[in-house]
Design a protein around this ligand. Structure first.
Ligand code: SF4
Length: 390
């Protein structure tokens, strides 16, 4: 599948710059510290969908790539006078890199950025390898931890399987019990849950809430207009049922991010993540081999859709800011399709996640494949808020 003549490949970044547009600096740096995974989830966009580039990646990020990434992050932060940046340790499964490598990486980035730039770290893990010794070290290093889990045992183990085909729930539940201990709460980031329509929304939420996460991310499964996820149109019902359960007096003890973001946007705030809203994306990815990529979720679109052709050893992050695919995610309303710009929820929805807008021929200049779901969900949340406020 070619993306040659599609938007944003046709976006003239030079003309934008000549017209006075300026990109926002990157603030979130995803480092793919290990390219392999110890789970084989059936829906994984890295290992099971369009882009299979992980097969040609080295297994683990080398010290040379780590040093180059640390240098480039510090260079970028200083060039843009950023007081702080966030580094997200990702994979594959990042814990496969081992404690020594992860510790050395954290020290390397902090040393490169010190003293002008504060660096916060987080790790996104499937939790299977998360032992007390990892937790103690992460606590000392100040690394916040997000764990992926899709609900209770039956719900989770339908898709999140070991390489041997067994369910992963028991291992992840053990890790979350540890992470939930009082001493580790300062580094408990939350749980990421990919929605499966086969699971009841309230049961799913309650099964996750047992682990007392500060926040739950309910994620729509990845897909595009070319390959729509199954059940399009039913996600609104699922999320509305959950919203009505969650949005009650005395709640929330646990934030659900998509609801939190939509409420904030409807009240005039800015979104803190790319799934909704028009906040410019300031996230960039460094692959295990040192190539610089756009967001990982573009791997659902086509092989190579996330590539920039740039390398951490040779190019500063400022070069990446001028890539059409990066610029397109910083244009706000101007980066949306005509249908989205005319939509009454354009500022709140923002066209949904960029990858979900892809259609062959028009590229990413379309409403989200989840358009009807997002429209109904936002309408519902708006009606509830209006009722409560008036
Ligand atoms: S609800 Fe649909 S048309 Fe409106 S902004 Fe979202 S994706 Fe675009």
């Amino acid at each position: 599948m070619s993306t040659e003549a599609e938007w944003p490949a046709t976006l003239d970044v030079g003309a934008l710059l000549a017209g006075g547009w300026r990109p926002e600096a990157f603030r979130q740096f995803i480092l793919k510290v290990h390219s392999r995974c110890n789970l084989a989830c059936t829906y994984c966009y890295v290992y099971t969908l369009a882009d299979q580039s992980w097969e040609s990646q080295p297994r683990v990020m080398s010290p040379e790539v780590v040093a180059a990434a640390a240098f480039r992050i510090a260079e970028h932060a200083r060039a843009h006078a950023l007081p702080s940046v966030e580094v997200i340790l990702h994979g594959g499964e990042p814990l496969l890199a081992g404690l020594d490598r992860l510790t050395a990486l954290v020290h390397s980035v902090r040393a490169a950025c010190a003293p002008e730039v504060a660096v916060s770290f987080s790790v996104q893990t499937n939790g299977v390898l998360l032992t007390e010794s990892f937790l103690q070290t992460f606590l000392e290093l100040g690394i916040r931890i997000g764990v992926s889990l899709d609900g209770g045992e039956e719900a989770n183990d339908r898709h999140r399987l070991t390489l041997g085909g067994r369910g992963s729930y028991a291992s992840v539940a053990r890790a979350l019990d540890l992470l939930g201990r009082e001493e580790f709460r300062p580094i408990y980031g939350g749980i990421l849950c990919t929605i499966d329509l086969a699971n009841d929304p309230v049961e799913t939420y309650e099964a996750l809430a047992v682990f007392r996460p500060p926040r739950i991310d309910m994620l729509l499964p990845h897909g595009t207009w070319a390959e729509p996820p199954p059940g399009i149109g039913a996600y609104a019902d699922w999320l509305i049922t959950l919203f009505d359960h969650w949005y009650q007096p005395g709640r929330p003890a646990t934030w659900i991010r998509i609801f939190q973001e939509i409420i904030g946007l409807l009240l005039g705030g800015r979104s803190g993540f790319e799934s909704v809203g028009l906040t410019p994306s300031t996230l960039v990815v460094v692959e295990t081999d040192g190539t610089i990529e756009q967001s990982d979720f573009l791997k659902v679109v086509a092989p190579g859709a996330a590539t920039t052709g740039l390398r951490i050893a040779d190019h500063p992050f400022d070069r990446v800011l001028h890539h059409p695919g990066v610029a397109a995610r910083q244009l706000g309303l101007a980066g949306l399709s005509d249908d989205c710009r005319a939509c009454r929820f354009a500022e709140t929805c923002g066209g949904g996640l960029y990858a979900h807008r892809y259609r062959q021929g028009t590229g990413h200049l379309n409403p989200s494949v989840y358009c009807t779901d997002l429209y109904r969900l936002i309408s519902h949340v708006q009606a509830r808020l209006t009722r409560d406020i008036s």
